[in-house]
Design a protein around this ligand. Sequence first.
Ligand SMILES: Cc1cc2nc3c(=O)[nH]c(=O)nc-3n(C[C@H](O)[C@H](O)[C@H](O)COP(=O)(O)OP(=O)(O)OC[C@H]3O[C@@H](n4cnc5c(N)ncnc54)[C@H](O)[C@@H]3O)c2cc1C
Length: 448
Amino acid sequence: MAPAGPLNVAILGAGIGGLGLAIGLIKRGVPVTIYEAAPEFSSIGAGIGFGPNSLNAIDLIDTRFRAEYERAKTANEKPEFEHCVFDAMYAEEGFGEKRGWKQGYIGAPYFTRSSAHRKDLLEIMCSFIPEGTVKFNKRARSVEEVGNKVVVSFEDGETVSVDTLIGGDGVKGITRQLVIGDVAPELVAPTYGNMYIYRGIIPMDKCKEILGYHAGDAKWFMAYRKGVAIYPISQGKEENFVFFNCDDRPWNEGHSPVPCTKEQMIEDLQGFDHRLLRLLDYAKPLKWPTFHHPKTPTYHKGRVAIIGDCAHASSPHQAAGAGQGLEDAVILSHLLALVKTPEHLGAAFRAYDAIRRPRAQKVVNTSYEAGVIYTWQHPEIGDNMDRIVANANQRLHWIWQHDIKGDMVKAEEQFYAAIGGETADMTQGLAEKQLSPASETREVGLAA
Ligand SMILES: Cc1cc2nc3c(=O)[nH]c(=O)nc-3n(C[C@H](O)[C@H](O)[C@H](O)COP(=O)(O)OP(=O)(O)OC[C@H]3O[C@@H](n4cnc5c(N)ncnc54)[C@H](O)[C@@H]3O)c2cc1C
């Protein structure tokens, strides 16, 4: 393991991105403090599904994290859906049976469907973070670079000064302003994803009473400009559901969910099978706007970098946003462990940006495109479900099969090239040596 660097590293935000980075840093011997606005960990978001790339990232952050995730994860219930990311069905009455539609299987032999309740995931992640590392009730009011330091001022009046700050403060994060505010002020605020959602969690026995055979596995019931995705969480004890509603109007109601009535939700989802509407009994009467960051010109400035949704918030249609935050955590924890003096932070951040930004932004944009296709709005594909399924079966491989370990090696090469330092013997791969023991790291999904 790398010796502890002299850096004083702070992370803003204890979401999946911030905690993932913290675990990676702690594993690599780099001390870190996390400042979190909330009084405790948030369970908003309910179920998080992970593809093979996300599982690889978890493994590369810390193999023990992967082991704990394996214990807590929820798979699809029926063996025939083991390798299915979702089964595409019609949302209309009868789920398409009248048209002869039986199944719209989307998946791959090397993919195994799994997800976890966000609360369980955060609990697991916290188990690797020493007590006192996360400071709760610390909402940052401002972040600025002063001389060689980053100064964070909190709403409670406290100020801290650190060598580097990593902004994991989510889609509306204030660190985004510091990093891109000068170069692209128009891109600081998140872009409305032209969609709002209703969501909830239903006990699995109730879900089975309502949906019968269709409960227990990941399904996507589709309609024109609407839909609902369901998937099991909490080791099969609950089913998570998310109703999508396309919306071309500008969203002028702020970034937080807006109260609504059950009648409004039902009105919005007219034409859906009556069984799907019964799920709304378990939805909070809240309209959640979706936001994303289709363009982010850089992920760093000076001694500050951004990760996770703060850098590349994505619409949820490829179930890949959190996984991208975890990939950020792999690369950045690896690079920060190599930094021996704050002067080398710029080189580390340039390598991070070069490796991570093209891929993460491509995920953002293809997710939006997937949302257009799955809501039958694509000009060529329309409501042709065979073509939608064919498209969905092609579009995820590049995300799932990515070589993250290769990214670590490239990032390390770029870092050493920039500082003009001695590169380790890359034939053996320093990237591997820093993971102890390397042989524990499983490769998932790299071979179809
Ligand atoms: C409906 C839906 C379904 C999804 N499903 C999936 C899925 O299946 N798979 C997947 O990979 N992704 C999924 N995602 C995306 C995923 O939820 C996000 O990408 C991920 O949670 C983002 O994590 P984060 O840590 O970057 O940000 P966040 O989770 O937003 O965390 C940011 C943290 O920063 C804190 N914070 C904010 N401002 C401040 C401040 N000023 N000072 C201090 N702290 C601050 C916040 O309190 C919060 O704890 C889904 C998203 C949605 C909306």
